[in-house]
Design a protein around this ligand. Structure first.
Ligand code: NDP
Length: 232
């Protein structure tokens, strides 16, 4: 049976990843900042007792990442999904109106933490059978797709994640690990908001298919949940 580690598993896309993988019989290492209050995730963990384990992890705390990796040292991981991400509340849509602390925090969580996770968990991925590293990006990080401008903080943090993943994909391919970035669509979550176009069920069932099909030939690629390749 395969193992998947998911960050930000307590709500939104991370929670649905956990639900669908557990329903498919996978072992899920579900990580979140505050397990004690992650009610829906705890319910899933009690429904799938032997499949879902919950782990405390704030991906902005790089020591905690190292501690978790060490505590799971002998645990093979087939698929690592860096799903946790933030979209700053502070204004960043208009030139001249930016919260620089929020910008740094977005880079910490959206761009640097996935790199740190990859570094800490490469040994676990090498022990796994499937050897896949998935970084959740956004079409808003695509330079080609940017026709409306604005959203400086979020866009630039995801563009940086894309470049981090491209470099990782080249290095990790030598270890047999496929690293790629995926766009979930515009999804009805807290981040996606009420006007989003698709449900978490639609997004995650599509993303799971893309992940299942991915081979080393897809290392460094940028796909949407429906399998379409997105231009950088
Ligand atoms: P939500 O805002 O609904 O959920 C975000 C998740 O990330 C929560 O579980 C949150 O945990 C977690 N998280 C945030 N900061 C940290 C941290 N420091 N450490 C650990 N976990 C953290 O977002 P979505 O589920 O919609 O998005 C998931 C991913 O998909 C993100 O990377 C996002 O950028 C991307 N995405 C989403 C789109 C959409 O339309 N929804 C579109 C394009 C990309 P907590 O509850 O503790 O805050």
């Amino acid at each position: 049976m395969a193992n998947v580690l998911i960050t930000g598993a307590n709500r939104g896309l991370g929670l649905e990843f956990t639900r669908q993988y557990a329903e498919a019989g996978w072992h899920v290492l579900a990580c979140c900042r505050h397990p004690e209050t992650a009610e829906e995730l705890l319910q899933l963990a009690s429904r799938f007792k032997h499949l879902v384990s919950v782990h405390k992890l704030d991906v902005g705390n790089f020591y905690q990442i190292d501690e978790l990796a060490a505590s799971l040292a002998s645990q093979p991981i087939d698929v690592l999904i860096n799903n946790a991400g933030i979209y700053p509340d502070s204004p960043h849509h208009i030139f001249g109106d930016a919260d620089y602390e929020a910008w740094l925090q977005a880079f910490r969580i959206n761009s640097i933490a996935p790199f740190k996770m990859a570094q800490a968990f490469t040994a676990h991925l090498k022990q796994g059978q499937l050897k896949k590293l998935v970084n959740m990006t956004s079409k808003m990080g695509s330079i080609s797709d940017n026709t409306s401008g604005g959203s400086y903080i979020y866009r630039s943090s995801k563009t940086a994640l894309n470049m981090v993943t491209k470099s990782l994909s080249i290095e990790l391919a030598r270890e047999g690990i496929t690293a790629l970035v995926l766009h979930p669509g515009w999804v009805l979550t807290d981040m996606g908001g009420p006007n989003a176009l698709i449900t978490v069920e639609q997004s995650i069932s599509g993303l799971r298919e893309v992940i299942d099909r991915a081979t080393l030939a897809d290392a460094g690629k940028f796909y949407a949940y429906d399998g379409q390749e997105i231009p950088w």
